[in-house]
Design a binder for this molecule. Structure first.
Ligand code: ADP
Ligand code: MG
Length: 400
């Protein structure tokens, strides 16, 4: 695994030093408070560890898309209360990210105190990764810690530029994420299975292309399986299907063949004439028996059982995308059943399981097994880019 420094590489006593810590505080909000504080919880160990080792901790984050200008509704002060509650300490809000006002505020902080700087995207230099802007921030601190893997696919001043200007370290959450992702696709124990589902092939083409060259088993479910079935000459009726991508689907299947990757498509499916909860027209059938007025909404029970058997032969699993339209009962059945099999194998110690993706995390929570996976990434876009095999600028900069 490529090398990066962690908090273990810092001195035990950090008193008198100022830590610039990039965290993800882009919380979903309703009526002025956060509806989900998972991101704060993720950053909590790093913040407390640095503070308890005596550093002045300066939090740096973006919040919404203010497009390079101040905007009172997108100030990080909006989440100050939520952050204080989760961290369990008082935090000083600093309405700048550089300059004399910020310097003065830092002068007031004592060792072990925490400051929250304003939305770094209020300044155009952030998204432009302007070195002059980054220098202004860097002047405030003695070292830089990046604990926001979810923003690591962006080459911005606070996610990438700062790492070149100050001694740079991965925070605990970043460290954990990088280790888990490495165990899943970087240097995994074979055989490796990938489950890829979700609505459309078009949104995950690069993911599929990367995976067929890396894993031994590619399990395709969800709406995107329909496009692959259609490419193989199956009539998928009214199903969600990207007919214009059948050539692309065939090219992916050919590449899989060359790479020794077995692609698993469903052979039985759950279909209905209308998309609603428990529709009367619902039935299970072979993929070759879908009627012209039916749509495929989930993978069938026989295929799910066979896929469970595939997972039993594997040592590593990486999962993105639900197997069916899981938000609507009972089209969650395949996703829930396969997730439970993966969770049980993980608990037995025979499988390392890593999953990510907005709807995937929701589906695994719905199945009640999120806690049983080896690692669940909440990083969204960064997780998908990593699944595409891309180098993430924020991670590369930590390795420099
Ligand atoms: P993630 O957010 O985890 O990356 P996606 O956004 O790619 O996942 O896909 C999730 C969506 O795919 C869900 O809203 C789900 O309802 C939809 N979906 C899955 N299977 C089907 C299907 N057979 N037909 C229509 N939609 C589907
Ligand atoms: Mg999604």
């Amino acid at each position: 695994m490529a090398n990066f420094k962690t908090l273990d590489d810092l001195g035990a006593d950090l008193s008198g030093q100022v830590a610039l810590v990039r965290v993800d505080l882009n919380l979903p909000m309703k009526d002025g408070s956060a509806t989900d504080v998972t991101r704060v919880e993720a950053a909590k160990p790093t913040i407390l560890e640095l503070a308890d080792r005596g550093a002045k901790v300066l939090l740096l984050a973006h919040f919404g898309r203010p497009k390079g200008a101040r905007n009172s509704t997108m100030s990080t002060s909006m989440v100050q209360g939520d952050v204080e509650r989760v961290i369990g300490r008082e935090i000083m809000f600093i309405p700048e990210v550089s300059g004399p006002v910020a310097q003065q505020a830092i002068g007031i902080l004592r060792d072990g105190d925490i400051g929250l700087m304003d939305n770094v995207r209020f300044w155009p230099g952030e998204e432009k990764n302007d070195p002059e802007f980054a220098k202004g921030i860097a002047a405030l601190g003695d070292f830089y810690v990046n604990d926001a893997f979810s923003a690591a696919h962006r080459a911005h001043a606070s996610t990438e530029g700062l790492a070149h200007l100050l001694p740079a370290y991965a925070g605990r959450s970043m460290e954990q994420e990088l280790k888990a992702l490495d165990a899943a696709l970087g240097s995994p124990t074979p055989p490796v299975a990938a489950v890829v589902g979700g609505a459309k092939v078009s949104s995950k083409l690069a993911v599929l292309e990367n995976l067929v060259g890396k894993v031994q088993h590619l399990i395709i479910g969800g709406g995107m399986a329909n496009t692959f079935l259609a490419a193989r000459g199956v009539d998928v009726g009214k199903s969600l299907c990207e007919h214009d991508l059948t050539d692309t689907a065939n090219a992916i299947l050919a590449k899989a063949d060359e790479s020794g990757c077995t692609v698993h498509l469903p052979y039985d499916v759950v279909v209905a004439k209308e998309f609603a909860a428990n529709p009367p027209s619902m039935r299970v059938c072979n993929v070759h028996e879908v009627a012209a007025d039916e749509m495929i909404l989930d993978v069938g029970p026989l295929a799910v059982e066979a896929l469970g058997d595939v997972l039993k032969t594997c040592r590593t699993l990486v999962w993105n995308g639900p197997m069916g339209a899981f938000e609507t009962a009972p089209f969650d059945a395949a996703t829930v059943a396969l997730a439970r099999t993966a969770a049980a194998l993980t608990k037995e110690g025979s499988l390392v399981s890593v999953a990510g993706g907005g709807d995937t995390v929701a589906a695994l929570n719905h199945a009640g097994v999120a806690g049983d996976f080896t690692y669940i990434s909440t990083a969204g876009g960064a997780f998908l880019e990593w699944m595409e095999g891309k180098q993430l600028p924020g991670v590369v900069a930590l390795q420099a």
